[in-house]
Design a protein around this ligand. Structure first.
Ligand SMILES: [Fe+2]
Ligand SMILES: [Fe+2]
Length: 185
């Protein structure tokens, strides 16, 4: 179980509607979705890797102990490294939003201010989960025990749920607003 305090999706501010956006006004929102799609694909890759690491664990129980250990460690290492890169990508993307996008949106209206504050608060939760996942993976690499694998998988699943929900809400809440207010991504 994660020690990070999660936010309730039901307390998110409602999203504004912007009608009649031109083609070029739709571009920032589309760009945001493209970046998010890349994050979504990465989550799929991580999910498959975890699954395979899980199978390595099962094999280890069934086949000769040493061979199983090697496979497990290799799977864990691979997963750990990929997550390291992926985690940095998420952090960089959120860093740009926090520093360059949300403050500009927040200036435009009280609605956008509320949404920006909520999105930023969600970044803090995602950041906490990423840190927890990196810690769990480091523990796993140094000691590939089943309990450590389960802890890493648990954190991954929470992160996936929280992050995918965040990406969807963010697109809905600020995608069109970016173009409407002339804020590039
Ligand atoms: Fe975000
Ligand atoms: Fe984003």
């Amino acid at each position: 179980m994660t020690t990070i305090t999660l936010l309730d999706d039901r307390t998110r501010p409602p999203t504004p509607k912007f009608e009649g956006l031109t083609h070029s006004q739709k571009l920032p929102g589309e760009h945001l979705r493209m970046i998010h799609d890349h994050l979504r694909q990465n989550m799929d890759v991580l999910a498959r890797l975890i699954e395979r690491a899980g199978q390595g664990q099962t094999t280890a129980d069934e086949v000769a102990r040493e061979t199983g250990q090697l496979t497990m460690v290799a799977n864990y290492r691979r997963f750990g490294t990929l997550c390291g890169q992926y985690c940095m990508f998420v952090e960089a993307h959120h860093g740009i939003e926090d520093a360059a996008i949300f403050p500009r949106l927040a200036d435009r209206s009280p609605v956008m201010k509320a949404i920006s504050e909520r999105l930023q608060a969600e970044h803090v939760v995602v950041h906490g989960l990423l840190e927890e996942l990196v810690d769990a993976l480091n523990t796993l690499v140094s000691d590939p025990a089943e309990a450590h694998f389960a802890a890493a998988r648990d954190t991954y699943e929470t992160l996936a749920r929280v992050l995918l929900s965040h990406l969807g809400y963010e697109e809905e809440a600020i995608g069109d607003a970016l173009g409407h207010y002339g804020i590039g991504v």
